[in-house]
Design a binder for this molecule. Sequence first.
Ligand SMILES: NC(=O)c1ccc[n+]([C@@H]2O[C@H](COP(=O)([O-])OP(=O)(O)OC[C@H]3O[C@@H](n4cnc5c(N)ncnc54)[C@H](OP(=O)(O)O)[C@@H]3O)[C@@H](O)[C@H]2O)c1
Length: 328
Amino acid sequence: MNQKVIGTGQREKTHTLKLVLMERFQQGWEKKGLSQELSLRKKQQTRSVAILGPGRLGQAMGRLLANAGVPISFVAARNQAAARRAVRFIGEGTPLALSDPRLLSASVFLITTSDSAVAEVAGKLARQGKGAETWRGKVVLHTCGSLPSVVLNPFKLRGAAIGSLHPYQTVPSPQAGLRNLRSCFWAIEGEPRALRLARSWVKLLDGVAFSIPPKEKTLYHLSAFIVCPAVVTLMAQAASLLKQAGVPARISRPMLRQFVAEAARNFQDLGGRRALTGPAVRGDWATIRRHLDALQNAAPEFVPVYESLLKAMLALLNATDNMSLDKW
Ligand SMILES: NC(=O)c1ccc[n+]([C@@H]2O[C@H](COP(=O)([O-])OP(=O)(O)OC[C@H]3O[C@@H](n4cnc5c(N)ncnc54)[C@H](OP(=O)(O)O)[C@@H]3O)[C@@H](O)[C@H]2O)c1
């Protein structure tokens, strides 16, 4: 009996000791995790960021970067109300006009204006500040897919490092960007210091960064154009044909989404040639002729698009004489 009491006491002591050790171990880890988190924030906080031209992409990037610990100090727009709206969405930063001299206290500038405004905004801003020292040590990036970073040369001439980072992603609204800019692919180019910063941001957003030669940016951007807005246009046309065929939008939209997602998946798994299906692959010219007759009635303006796509499909299939265009 006595032995049993001593045994229970020992077990309790051992149990208490284990609990104390576990608690200390956990506290140690929490402390370590917290200090890692703090040092990450501190590291990122050494570079204050200004976002210029906060539209759909600028706002989404601003909020994602802010959430990842990058300090967004200023959000500047040509319209003050737009700057204030963007700050509300991003969750931090001071809204400013593009000509506000306070902007110059930032160390990183992210230009997210529409493509045609990048050079103009860059030119005006680079002239602000006195002497070359204003821009020395700073980094300026833009997010335009078709322009190289040399459009930011006015900053380079004043000592800043210039670069570009472009997400291969579609951002129809800032909210959509919050969902889809994480883990996506980013083309980057520019000077080493700008590239290092761009890479670190892509990493913070769990994305994949890859280099693009500056002189190939238009070609690169063209590739995005023919799969994204072009596919959306084709889907809208398909939805319109389905509507004329009596299929309502509540069915056609999810149906088209599922269909295109499957085609995209097959493309990734099999490549273009093997993922192709449909009458062009089968050499089913009677069906193609019926398509063209129906299209002539339903959407005659789309006939040249159909014919061009058919030609492109045949080229992808390395069409033989048996499957040539004069069959229809
Ligand atoms: N959205 C996408 O899917 C996507 C994806 C990848 C890359 N990008 C690139 O990201 C950049 C922005 O695209 P976005 O879709 O976010 O465009 P957006 O929503 O139209 O926003 C463009 C912003 O630029 C400002 N802006 C236009 N002209 C200006 C000027 N002359 N001076 C000062 N600001 C001016 C607009 O200001 P106001 O509000 O005053 O008009 C607006 O804030 C583009 O270079 C685009 O190629 C976009």
